[in-house]
Each structure stands twice: as C-alpha cells, then as structure tokens.
Design a protein around this ligand. Sequence first.
Ligand code: GLA
Length: 436
Amino acid sequence: MGPLAGTQLLALISLTVGLDNGLLKTPPMGWMAWERFRCDIDCKDDPENCIREDLFRDMADRLAEDGWKELGYEYVIIDDCWMSRVRDEHGRLQPDPSRFPGGIAKLARYIHDRGLKLGIYADMGTHTCMGFPGTTLDKIDIDAQTFASWGVDYLKFDGCSSNPVEHMLGYPLMSKALNATGRPIAYSCSWPVYIGGLPPNVNYSLLGDICHLWRNYYDIQDSWDSVQGILEWFSKNQDDLQPAAGPGRWNDPDMLIIGNFGLSVDQARSQMALWAVLAAPLIMSNDLRNLDNGARAILQNKVAVAINQDPMGVQGRRLLQEKNRVEVYWRPLSRSASALVFLSRRTDMPFLYRSSLAKLKYNAGNYEAYDVFTGSTLTGLKATTEFTLSINPSGVVMWYVYPEQRSKETETLHHQRKKASPFTFHKAKPGHLTVL
Ligand code: GLA
C-alpha cells in the first residue's frame, strides 16, 4: 500500500476511533521493568533480576506494602522480553513458559489482589525491539483480545521493525481494538519516537484522541546526561509539545531512574521536580526491593506527587534560561496555585539566584511558597519581593506557590511539612528575602 492510500485510510479510521474510556485523567504512576532490568533473561545466573513472574510479583508486593500504592503508584508494567519466541497454536502471543510458568492471567490476578494494575508490552511490527514476536497489522485484534482476556490494564505499544505507513495504520487500529474489548486499557504509544517526535510528522491532536500517553523522544539511560538531554529536547520543543498534553493525553519523557546508579541526590530531586512540572508519567524503573531512603523520600514526596497529579492537567513550561545557567520552570495548578522549579545547570558550587515572582510574570498579590524538598514555608511574599535562593549544582529548588489567603486550605496538601526547617528564611533587608 502506498503512503497516499495509508493517509486516506487513516483519515477514515480517525473519524471512527476515540479512546475515551475515562482513563488517565492524571498522568499514570507506577513501575516499569525496562530501564533497570532491560532484557535480562538469564534466570540461571541472575535469578533475582531476570525478567520473570517473580520480579513482577516482588515489585507488586513492594508497591502494595511500602507506601507507594497510597500515593498513586499503581501500575506494574512488564516491558520487552516476556514473550515466548513463538505464538501458540491459535496465533496468540504467549509468555516464555519457563520464566512465566503461571501465565499472565495469574500474574494479573496477583497484582489486582493487591489493589494494583498490570501493564504489558507489545510492538507494532514484525519483532519487538529485542527481537521477540511483534504485532503485525493482521495480529492487532487478536493481541488486544488476548491482553484483555488476561486482565491487562495498560499496553505499551512500541514501534520497532515496521515502517511509517504501518505505524500510521497500526496505532489507531490498536486503539480501536482495545476499545472493542470492552476492558478499560490505558494505551501508551511509542509512535512519535519513530517519526522524529515533532509536527508535521507527528499529529498530536490525533495522538491525543487515540492514545493516553506517548513516548516522544529517545530512551532514558541511567545518567544525568540522559536526563538533561531529554529535558533540553522537551523544553526546546515545548511550543509543539506542551499544548498536546491534558487530562487523558500525556507526553512521556520516559521512566524515573531515581534509586539507580546514575543520579546524585540533587540530580534525583531535579528529575522528580521536572517530571512533576512536565505532567510526565511517574513510572519508576528501579529496584524497589533495594531502595535507599534518600531515593524513597524523593519518590514519595507528597507535594511533588500532588503537583504532578494536579487535576487541571496543564503541562508546565521552561520560562527562563539565564546566562548564568539557571533555568526556571513553571506549571499552573488548580486553586490558583502554581509550581516553580529553579534548576541550576552549573557545575561549580551552590549558586545564589536572585529573582521575584513579578519577574516570573506573577500578578501583583500576596503569596506563600512551600519549599517542596525542605518542607519550609516562605510567607509574606509579594510579587515584587526580591528573593535569593541557593541552588546546588545540577540541583533544584522547587516551590509550590499559592495566594496567601489560601494558606489554611493548602495546609491539608502539605500537612506533612516539617515545623522546624534546616533552612532559614530571613529578611536580609526590607523587601528582600534570602533563602539559604
Ligand atoms: C524501545 C523502547 C524502550 C523499551 C525497549 C525494549 O527501545 O523505547 O522503552 O521498551 O524498546 O526493547
């Protein structure tokens, strides 16, 4: 089929397809195997870390028992390398029998019994990115039905081993096929990654109609460089990407790598803060069985999570890129609140950054700012009040800002806040606040 025929068919399909099953009004939260556990199928030499049912049961236990589920981390998502190399005699995908002896339906029950949801991975093409059986156009219906029959709640649909015309046909068809199963299944599309991530190649309004979320850009790796590269691409292209997001339709800058090997504590806070402001899926890929308390505290920061999950669902933007390598990100939130992230891209020492809310385009008024990672509250902030922040190299200061008269109500949002702060707010001179 030529590309023109494909386009025409797509126009037809998009008239009839809408994935409006009410899911993911806020970005999904959970855990996914890929970044940390990759395609480790060596269960003989690496039984603790290989892709098999025990790994997903372990992670479900941790999500259910260690305070994650209550915060909203609910999806346990299997990535590539779960499949047998061959389909079954009915043409259905099946799990590798030695690594998933109980089958996926049983694993789904285990996960559902703990109040969690199961995600799975498939690939629009002849093979998955790691060479396992793919979902060609003729297999879309049967695969959607198989996943629904197993009790799957989320599908990550990758795009290796296929061409742009097949993507253009396959992604909407899978949306329709998932809808037709009658089971509400969240649908994550990797389509944009394979066509450059930007308009005109990517039609974000169509994507928003057929997918709940989509990967726009390259895979995250376990390093600060990788996080910075992703952030830079998302910020550079925010005019195209930011308006595409909203309740039920999210850009996905990829997994949270907090708790692994590549990020310092400051960098981990930076990823959490920026992903919150970008309204990104909070899908961790780490080892929840061995997580240090620092990483846990960052990932379980209630206010960072609440900012990410704000019901208005507006994605934030980079407001400023200063010559001194400080960047300011901003996200409007419900109840006239907002989030600010001050990121230092410097590599020397804590940097003193001076600004005011007025300089950041805030209207005149009285505000309070809750420091998300220190738990301190800054009061008596007028839009014109100059403040000075100390931002660590590759670190952030993150503020939840709200109008002063709302302070009583917002208490409930951060009832966890510490009374005694290790940080001090003092007036350095009239009208100037130093936060050190
Ligand atoms: C692609 C995806 C990754 C992961 C791998 C699995 O690279 O972008 O997130 O799913 O495939 O092979």
